[in-house]
Design a protein around this ligand. Structure first.
Ligand code: SF4
Length: 409
């Protein structure tokens, strides 16, 4: 895959991450957000200014995703979003399709929120870490109590109100040993779209998960077991770690591929005061001795062209680009990964110019290996079946995994 991190003629903004407020109503043990006590709310004037500037630039991708995140978005009232969405809709050129998305802890979901989600077809992701003991071990209120009961009440209301949603579960050392219990939990709650995050080292948070020996083997065993059991159940529609990896792993050589975390302004990340950053959205709000606050300007005082120019001239972009080029030279997974997540390189290796991290091992290498091994096994079984005139047991050439992989052969 060619290293293309600077599109000719300007950026192509694929995703806007907006922080409606930095405030979060809970206090997870693995949280890296530095502003989670800051109750400042994004002014509507910033929404107007941002999208007037963005849509006038002509730099948006045909499908633009707007993610309301980087704090708990539901602590700001639904009316705020109705006004903001209407502003964006009024400014939106007909050629651009906008999709709004929220990532929420789910605790504040009520019928008004469900109505907003339905009316605007919002993509809803709820953070839940599995059964109550696993969830409550890390996802805690500010007084230290567990948050499971209110999160699961929010999930049940989404289901009752027919609002589609997915869940993101952060895997801990304990949950990695319990793929069966994790699947039983999702099935018992009717959760059929599942994403896993591994607990990462970002900002001031240092993940205990990354300290252990044999992390790769443990995660690979978890994901293989969960994937096979989920497919066998027939009740999991989407498992992000596998379903999004399939088109990247089996992509034809000539098919285009992007890593928007490494392209300047492909991710446009804006905080509640209008400050703009790019690349990994987690950088917004963090500080570092070499790159200071990772900011490129403020949407109220800089044009998007000035912000783009600042991005191209920044040492941050120079170093991220060097890191991508080093990945392209040295890593056999580059065609799948595209050079990784800058924030994880910085906080795991100490530099954007680094390559391999525990994060990329888990999120890129493990799913790729699982898929390629499963595909090799399927091809081997089919070849054996053809050679022995059909005496190879059917279970080795059929089943849900074979059915999923046969679509890419
Ligand atoms: S898997 Fe890791 S080392 Fe390989 S290209 Fe991705 S970030 Fe770079």
């Amino acid at each position: 895959m060619p290293v293309a991190t600077r599109p000719a003629g300007g950026p192509e903004v694929a995703t806007v991450v907006i922080q409606p407020t930095g405030f979060c109503n809970i206090n997870c043990t693995y949280c890296y957000l530095p502003d989670r006590n800051d109750k400042h709310v994004l002014p509507q004037a910033t929404v107007t200014r941002l999208f007037t500037e963005l849509f006038a630039s002509g730099w948006t991708a045909p499908d633009l995703t707007i993610i309301w995140h980087a704090g708990e978005p539901l602590v700001v009232a639904p009316g705020f979003y109705r006004e903001a969405f209407e502003t964006i809709e009024r400014l939106r050129p007909p050629s651009v399709v906008v999709k709004h998305a929220f990532q929420t802890n789910g605790m504040l979901i009520d019928r008004d929120w469900c109505a907003l989600f339905r009316d605007w077809e919002v993509g809803v992701g709820v953070s839940v870490d599995g059964p109550q003991p696993l969830h409550d071990a890390h996802r805690k209120t500010r007084s230290g109590a567990g948050t499971f009961d209110r999160t699961i009440a929010g999930i049940r209301l989404l289901r009752a109100e027919n609002v589609p949603f997915h869940v993101i579960s952060v895997l801990s050392r304990d949950s990695l040993a319990l793929p069966g219990e994790m699947l039983d939990f999702y099935l018992s709650e009717g959760i059929d779209q599942i994403c896993f995050n591994v607990e990462e080292s970002e900002g001031s948070h240092v993940s205990a998960l990354f300290e252990g020996e044999e992390l790769r083997e443990r995660y690979e065993a978890f994901l293989r077991s969960f994937w096979h059991a989920a497919r066998a159940s027939g009740r999991v529609r989407f498992l992000r770690e596998i379903d999004l990896a399939i088109p990247r792993v089996f992509r034809p050589e000539e098919a285009p591929s992007r890593n928007i975390q490494t392209e300047p302004l492909a991710m446009l990340n804006v905080d509640s005061r209008g400050n703009v950053s790019s690349f990994s959205p987690e950088l917004l709000g963090l500080r570092n001795g070499e790159y200071a606050d990772f900011l490129l300007g403020n949407i109220h005082t800089h044009s998007l062209a000035q912000i783009y120019d600042a991005c191209l001239r920044s040492s941050m972009f120079r170093d991220i680009q060097q890191g991508v080029e080093a990945c392209a030279r040295s890593c056999e997974y580059f065609s799948v990964c595209g050079g990784g997540a800058p924030v994880n390189k910085l906080f795991e290796t100490g530099s954007f110019t680094g390559t391999r991290t525990s994060y990329c091992t888990l999120t890129q290498m493990v799913p790729t290996d699982l898929l390629l091994n499963a595909f090799d096994q399927l091809e081997h079984n089919l070849a054996s079946a053809a050679a022995d005139g059909g005496t190879t047991p059917e279970v080795q050439t059929a089943g849900p995994i074979a059915a999923q992989l046969s679509r890419v052969s």
